[in-house]
Design a protein around this ligand. Structure first.
Ligand code: 5GP
Length: 131
């Protein structure tokens, strides 16, 4: 997919700032189309967000090509979460409208575990995922 890397994410939302490198993030994967980083306030260890680099507001604003790519990357990240964190399943969540806190499309990846988990520091999960 073509993506102009010199084009900056042009809105002032927190995810555009992360994409433009103005705010740090625990990024575990990145390509021309998406940035994938750990949620700063995770529901579960390995709670990850896949975010398109171009500013797309929500599902109604989303194009097929980007959505297909996001789901390809979802499978890749799922594999990583299974290998590194021993996840045994994956829940996908994507809020639009009322429950969407950050007004920039993002897909939540929440790994599932059979054993009850203690919530770890995001930094420690990041180290496990990237070592
Ligand atoms: P929403 O309710 O919009 O679907 O979810 C927004 C998510 O973004 C929340 O889970 C929240 O913890 C996460 N989030 C908000 N601000 C930041 C941030 O600055 N960095 C990261 N990594 N995640 C954030």
């Amino acid at each position: 997919m073509e993506y102009n890397t010199f084009e900056r994410c042009d809105r002032m939302d927190i995810f555009c700032k992360i994409i433009n490198g103005e705010i740090p993030s625990y990024t575990i994967y990145e390509d021309e189309v998406v940035k994938v980083f750990l949620d700063v306030n995770p529901d579960v260890n390995g709670h990850t967000l896949i975010v398109p680099k171009k500013h797309i507001l929500d599902i109604y604003d989303m194009d097929k090509e980007t959505l297909n790519h996001i789901f390809e990357i979802t499978k890749k990240i799922d594999k990583l979460l299974r290998e590194k964190l021993k996840a045994e399943g994956l829940t996908l969540v994507q809020n639009n409208g009322l429950l969407q806190e950050v007004k920039h499309f993002h897909l939540h990846l929440k790994p599932q575990y059979s054993q009850k988990q203690t919530l770890k520091k995001v930094e420690d999960v990041y180290k496990e995922l990237t070592n």
